[in-house]
Write a protein that binds this ligand. Sequence first.
Ligand SMILES: CC(=O)SCCNC(=O)CCNC(=O)[C@H](O)C(C)(C)COP(=O)(O)OP(=O)(O)OC[C@H]1O[C@@H](n2cnc3c(N)ncnc32)[C@H](O)[C@@H]1OP(=O)(O)O
Ligand SMILES: O=C(O)CCC(=O)C(=O)O
Length: 383
Amino acid sequence: MHDPVAWPVTVNDTTLRDGEQTAGVAFTDEEKLQIARALDDAGVPEMEVGIAAMGDAEVAVIRAITRSGLRARTMVWARMSEIDLRLAARCDADLVHLAVPVSDIQITHKLRQGREAVLAMVKRCVAAARDAGLTPSVGLEDASRACPDFLLRVVETAQRAGAVRVRYADTLGLLDPFTTRDRIASLRSECDLEIEIHAHNDLGLATANTLAALHAGATHASVTVNGLGERAGNAPLEEVVMALRHLYGVETGVDTRTLPALSQRVAGAACRPVAANKCIVGEAVFSHESGIHVDGLLKDRRNYETFDPAEVGREHRLVLGKHSGAAGVRAACQRLGLPLPDEAVPLLLERIRAHATAIKRAPSDDQLERLYIGVLPLAGLVN
Ligand SMILES: CC(=O)SCCNC(=O)CCNC(=O)[C@H](O)C(C)(C)COP(=O)(O)OP(=O)(O)OC[C@H]1O[C@@H](n2cnc3c(N)ncnc32)[C@H](O)[C@@H]1OP(=O)(O)O
Ligand SMILES: O=C(O)CCC(=O)C(=O)O
């Protein structure tokens, strides 16, 4: 185990906000409620449940979630504006998250404002949230492309105005873990607020960057089920939770046995099937075919086990195919009660390889039995 992350880590699941922003994804109200309940049942401690500025219908479903007696803390997303703040205030969420671009590119070319205007917005809106009795968190959109000195000024302004948290967003997924670690360590040394890392996966580094940020002192991590989210998505809940446990011995409170069901629920509601090889929750990630691996697993599971699949309510599956070896074939025949003399093993293996190459799947039990019956006469074992 490497250096432990020395402080409590809170995962903030944003499947219902950034996850739903995935192009083409739209949850019904009932699906949003069910996902919120399932996340809560799984022990997810915090969730970002929606965007109040989308209007009355969204405010209504956000309120239905925040008033449904969840154990999890809830967060509602808003732009850094009084109008959004008023709508967010109607949502009864535990945290109101006020987000503002902090990179010059976005300040100039999206907001069409200047840095001073951003600082003024933060001061005004965060203070207004406080005055309204809300608990404000501040989103630093595009933080990874921001001028570090200006970023700090925004953070200081947010802290002085009463924010409890800043969210460092790698909006375009441009960071690597080394830079993330440096950036968050520097922020950590300059402010006392909670720091949430919000990593996107455009270069496939969202989980790595999230872990690097937690190493460097971030207290919260934005995650989504299956990594759903804008473009290539966010850091997947299942990856961050399992990596924290297995790399650093850090528990997040999430019951990891619920992860596959959560994954299926979100994949179904999002109409985004999970790839078979998606780590932790993919259908095939505990299946083994290669002869050397199967032999090793049969001798002692620790030979080829990253973690016990039972942790996520699953088990190893041994399948036969083009890469099988004798141990795997013997085990499969034994499981089916088919006595397999040594001289028949190479013949059966040959048939299995040909079969798997032709149909590009493992043989079913029936198919294996037929292949088995076919080789016995060749091995001189039946007439
Ligand atoms: C990086 C992120 O994920 S940020 C979250 C993004 N999520 C979404 O956009 C999903 C939900 N969005 C929506 O429903 C709509 O875009 C709404 C309701 C928020 C706004 O809708 P509209 O008023 O029709 O504006 P539209 O979407 O065309 O443009 C966004 C406006 O917000 C402004 N804006 C964008 N981000 C921010 C911000 N963080 N703070 C303040 N203003 C902002 C833009 O400059 C633009 O303003 P302009 O029209 O004066 O130029
Ligand atoms: O809330 C924020 O500030 C982050 C918004 C976001 O989703 C992003 O920047 O990728």
